[in-house]
Design a protein around this ligand. Structure first.
Ligand code: NAG
Length: 203
């Protein structure tokens, strides 16, 4: 009985703690210094894991795109623009973060819209496949015409996408932290439940 309870309690733990994939934004993955893109630029999270983007320099945003059009907002995840003071070091404590949970192992594609250097490799491949590789994603990005900065009003389609993005950007913004807080509280509750189950099982 004790064994069963213990096994059951421990088997719940992976559900509570998915792995965290910390990805620096505005940090050059080869030099480790402030720079273009994502560090690392390719990750392979599992379902239930979280991707945590940490904004490490200047002005950057992480925006979901597609394999075919790496530098075009697909209307998915958008962290909004985060600005980090030039005074802060690349690994300063308390840098702004944005977290998403991975719901499937299907590939996800992102670029740094506010940084504006998507064509130069400011892209992130999540769970690339043998047919949709990170290298091909990068080639697609290099071919795509340079996108205007997000606040630019030049070009019809750009301003149109800005207009449609503005409200969706503000609504997920405030709700995301509370979702995250809720998730932590929920996870804490689950964990407490599992632990008390374990403790009572041993008595
Ligand atoms: C996973 O689902 C949640 C809740 O619907 C959503 O907020 C989040 O953006 C999804 N994650 C990804 C990577 O799409």
């Amino acid at each position: 009985m004790k064994c069963t309870v213990l096994t059951l309690s421990l088997s719940l733990l992976p559900l509570v703690f998915g792995a965290e994939y910390l990805v620096g934004v505005g940090k050059d993955e080869t030099t480790g210094k402030k720079g273009i893109g994502f560090d690392p630029s390719v990750i392979h999270p599992a379902v239930g894991d979280t991707i945590v983007w940490e904004f490490r320099s200047g002005q950057h945003s992480v925006v979901q795109s597609t394999f075919q059009n790496p530098c075009t907002d697909s209307g998915g995840i958008n962290t909004g623009v985060h600005t980090v003071s030039d005074d802060l070091t690349v690994d300063a404590p308390g840098l702004p973060r944005y977290e998403v949970t991975v719901n499937s192992t299907d590939p996800l594609w992102f670029f740094d819209e506010a940084g504006g250097l998507c064509n130069k490799g400011a892209i992130l491949a999540v769970n690339p496949t043998s047919t949709q590789t990170a290298a091909a994603f990068k080639e697609n990005a290099a071919k795509e015409p340079a996108s205007p900065p997000p606040s630019s009003t030049t070009g019809g389609s750009a301003s149109e996408s800005d207009a449609t993005n503005a409200p969706s950007e503000t609504s997920p913004g405030p709700s995301s932290p509370s979702n995250a807080a809720g998730k932590v509280a929920q996870s804490g509750g689950l964990l407490l439940g599992a632990l008390s189950f374990l403790v009572f099982g041993m008595l």
